[in-house]
Write a protein that binds this ligand. Structure first.
Ligand SMILES: Cc1cc2nc3c(=O)[nH]c(=O)nc-3n(C[C@H](O)[C@H](O)[C@H](O)COP(=O)(O)OP(=O)(O)OC[C@H]3O[C@@H](n4cnc5c(N)ncnc54)[C@H](O)[C@@H]3O)c2cc1C
Length: 396
């Protein structure tokens, strides 16, 4: 059983299907729901490969429909400090940038093609697990029995709450306003991913500019004394989008949202009987900086959960067979902390709260006039968070 038809739940169901496990998805919302916004735009090559393994053609299609940016650039107070152009490579060779709305639509098509049932308008209130199985309690009073459950019910996971599993980690009050901006189809901007330290056109705020299929995603870091409502208002967004992308983009804003920079990881990823596995935002919350780890690591959670459940089922499903499920949960929890630390490093870099941080950035920006390494450091600290994308202990 999978709870939640967000991207991680859909992927978990496809992974289960590929292992020959019978599964049903329970989703709280109805099938006509709208899920707007680019949200998790970037899928790494490894993620696309995994999607192809779960459902042939899925990763390839997302790679084809997404964009690959051939150039990255960082600026400091408006001056370029790092720039890199990648050699021509096949489309999707490194990954694909495509809005989460389109990702989910494509994943849903694959789920339907695989014949995996989705029960829409089925909100789960809680789960209870025993040595013998899991009972899923829906808010309408009905119950469903399952051998195993992947909880992919998002940041406010009812499954996690009902198991009494808390989230650990700092909840920062750093706020970001994010917008999707439609591209001008007949005269598009060059595809460059940019990070601007203290952009002069937006009163020295930091901003990330990310191309995705059909448009641009901008994340503006609000200052502590900013009126975030004003930055997020129609006039506010139009002004700063025009200042960054140009006047012709002023009226092309398609979606506006905002987020706080949280870094929280569930205290456990499995229940005491190793029959319920938390995946995706039910298990961890990272801001997109430091490597875009949210959805990419959610796909790995789903894969790990299903492989562990499939192995336990093959080995008879008793407590001993399920121990590996718990161990896998612990591995994913550690990966969650690794990813949270990477996001935290990116935030520390963007906030530059200490004199030392500010001096290091100023020094790197100064040295970047002659050497590429300091500029690369400025770029990668914010956009990758680390040289490694995922914890070496998990090989992800
Ligand atoms: C504004 C915004 C910007 C973001 N930007 C980025 C980004 O740039 N990069 C990045 O990597 N990530 C980003 N994310 C996060 C990304 O969207 C998530 O990582 C991704 O959606 C997680 O998928 P999920 O399937 O775990 O959870 P969700 O997408 O939240 O899906 C959970 C699903 O479970 C359903 N559900 C909830 N409760 C229940 C219940 N009780 N019973 C049954 N069903 C239930 C929900 O309706 C939903 O369909 C962003 C998120 C937001 C909101």
């Amino acid at each position: 059983m999978v709870v939640g038809a967000g991207p991680v739940g859909l992927v978990a169901a496809l992974a289960a299907h590929s292992h020959g496990l019978r599964t049903t998805i329970l989703e709280a919302e109805d099938s006509n729901r709208l899920r707007p916004g680019s949200r998790a735009t970037y899928l790494y090559r490894e993620t696309l490969d995994q999607l192809d393994a779960f459902s042939p053609g899925l990763g390839a299609r997302l790679a084809r429909e997404g964009v690959t940016w051939p150039r990255i650039r960082s600026t400091y107070h408006g001056r370029t400090v790092y720039e890199r152009t990648f050699p021509r490579a096949p489309h999707g060779a490194f990954g694909a940038s495509i809005s989460q709305r389109l990702q989910e639509r494509t994943m849903l098509e694959h789920v339907e093609k695989a014949g995996i049932p989705i029960r829409w308008s089925s909100r789960v209130g809680s789960v209870s697990s025993t040595e013998n199985g899991v009972t899923v309690h829906l808010v309408d009073g009905s119950t469903i029995d399952a051998d195993y459950v992947v909880a992919a019910d998002g940041a406010h996971s009812a499954v996690r709450t009902s198991l009494g599993i808390g989230m650990e980690g700092p909840r920062s009050d750093a706020s970001f306003v994010i917008v999707d901006v439609d591209e001008v189809a007949d005269d598009p901007l060059p595809l460059v991913r940019e990070f601007h330290y203290r952009h002069p056109a937006v009163e020295g705020r930091n901003v990330l500019v990310l191309p995705f299929q059909g448009g641009w995603r901008l994340d503006l870091q609000a200052r502590r004394d900013d009126d975030v409502e004003a930055l997020q208002s129609a006039d506010g967004t139009a002004a700063w989008v025009a200042a960054i992308l140009g006047e012709r983009y002023r009226d092309r804003i398609a979606w506006v949202s905002r987020y706080r920079f949280h870094r929280a990881v569930a205290a456990r990823f499995t229940d005491p009987h190793n029959r319920v596995f938390l995946a995706g935002e039910a298990a961890h919350l990272f801001a997109p900086f430091g490597g875009g780890r949210g959805l990419n690591s959610g796909v790995r959670d789903a894969q790990a959960a299903i492989e562990a459940f499939a192995a336990a089922a093959r080995d008879g499903g008793d407590a001993a067979a399920r121990e590996q499920v718990g161990a896998t949960g612990e591995t994913r929890r550690r990966a969650g902390h690794f990813n949270a630390d990477a996001a935290g490093g990116a935030l520390a870099q963007m906030e530059a709260n200490t004199v030392f941080d500010r001096a290091a950035q100023w020094g790197a920006a100064f040295a970047a006039r002659w050497w590429s390494r300091p500029g690369m450091w400025l770029d990668s600290r914010v956009t990758s968070g680390s040289a490694e994308r995922f914890s070496p202990s998990t090989r992800f």
